[in-house]
Design a protein around this ligand. Structure first.
Ligand SMILES: *Cc1c(COP(=O)(O)O)cnc(C)c1O
Length: 344
């Protein structure tokens, strides 16, 4: 079998949720959008429910189906994109809770599914999703009378603790919501780490559950091992791969491993990322191609059967830095070709 092996540590996901939950005195939801940050929405939702999570969030209504199927009727599944045209049957049938982002969405929801749960999303300066001041002022009374489950907003710079945007958005959120009795939510992973002023009644961590920064104490969740298909010896001066992008400066041993950009290992990793054989780093050399990657294993004392790209030796953020991106993108790009298994 030549597909890469992606193993997902469900016990580590549960521990990460409990560790983030222990940082606050309020309810801790769990964000499982984008197929559970690429790790499998059903798998991660079950691990999180076992840890104690009862509220989940997805980005779009379609993503709610896998979570509802995995967890049954007794959990709340919020939808960040709200109630879009065409979503009504899905929201009704799956029992989803849309976060309404505009007066249009509030109107659509109250008219098409009267009495059905919803939340409200406010924009406190990120200018991405949610109602702004004047919209909220116009509709707050009507919306709040229908008892939304939550009023939420999202921080733009929470991964930078000293950024002035954080206290600014906190202040705007207070001004927009102080005095209401609806539960409030502002913090994702980064916001939890900003301290109790940001916690309100519910937090919504995502990346920290899956072993990503800014929750640096998180446990590793994803491990990716790629089988070595072939090893060859090169003389000094020989070249490797498309475009002859790498040339051996010494007699070298090159391992060809099975995975490529079609598996989410982006071309920006070319000539930059590290693989690991136990604790020994081995440099990715030449260009990442669609299904194959070449690695310099000259300095290894033995012939490797497989090389590790993600694991305790290298986090999603370490790999992201080598490729000029962020851990979120590494995780959510992990492809469908790996053989996946859940441990813990
Ligand atoms: C993605 C998202 C989250 C989770 O953010 P993390 O940084 O992954 O913890 C929370 N709330 C909203 C609105 C989001 O879009």
């Amino acid at each position: 079998m030549s597909t890469g092996h992606l193993s997902i540590d469900a016990g580590a996901i549960a521990e990460n949720w409990r560790a983030l939950d222990a940082k606050t005195n309020c309810e801790t939801a769990a964000v499982v959008k984008a197929d559970g940050y690429g790790l499998g929405a059903g798998t991660v939702a079950k691990a999180l429910a076992k840890a104690g999570a009862r509220k989940f969030y997805v980005a779009v209504a379609e993503e709610g189906a896998a979570v509802r199927q995995a967890l049954g009727p007794n959990v709340e599944i919020g939808v960040f994109s709200g109630h879009m045209r065409g979503d009504t049957d899905m929201i009704g049938d799956l029992g989803l809770t849309p976060m309404l982002n505009s007066i249009d969405q509030v109107t659509r929801h109250l008219e098409s599914l009267p009495g059905h749960p919803f939340g409200i999303q406010l924009d406190t300066g990120m200018n991405r999703l949610g109602m702004e001041w004047d919209e909220w002022a116009a509709i707050a009374q009507i919306a709040l009378a229908q008892r939304p489950t939550v009023v939420m907003s999202h921080l733009a710079c929470a991964d930078e603790p000293d950024h002035p945007m954080n206290p600014y958005q906190l202040d705007v959120f207070h001004q927009m919501t102080d005095g209401i009795t609806t539960p409030r939510s502002l913090a994702a992973t980064g916001g939890i780490l900003l301290g109790k002023d940001y916690h309100f009644d519910q937090t919504r961590p995502g990346i920290g559950l899956y072993g990503g920064e800014p929750f640096r104490q998180s446990r590793t969740v994803a491990r990716l091992d790629l089988p070595v298909i072939q090893i060859r010896d090169l003389d000094e001066g020989e070249v490797v791969g498309y475009g002859n992008a790498w040339q051996a400066e010494r007699p070298s041993k090159i391992a060809t491993v099975s995975a490529g950009y079609a598996d989410g290992l982006i071309r920006a990793m070319s000539d930059r990322a590290m693989f690991y054989y136990d604790d020994t780093p081995c440099r990715l050399v030449g260009r990442v191609s669609m299904d194959l990657i070449t690695v310099d294993v000259t300095d290894l004392p033995e012939t490797p059967q497989a090389l590790t790209l993600l694991g305790p030796q290298q986090s999603v953020d370490d790999l992201a830095r080598a490729a000029g991106t962020i851990g979120y993108e590494i995780l959510t790009s992990l492809g469908s070709r790996y053989s996946r298994r859940t441990i813990g």
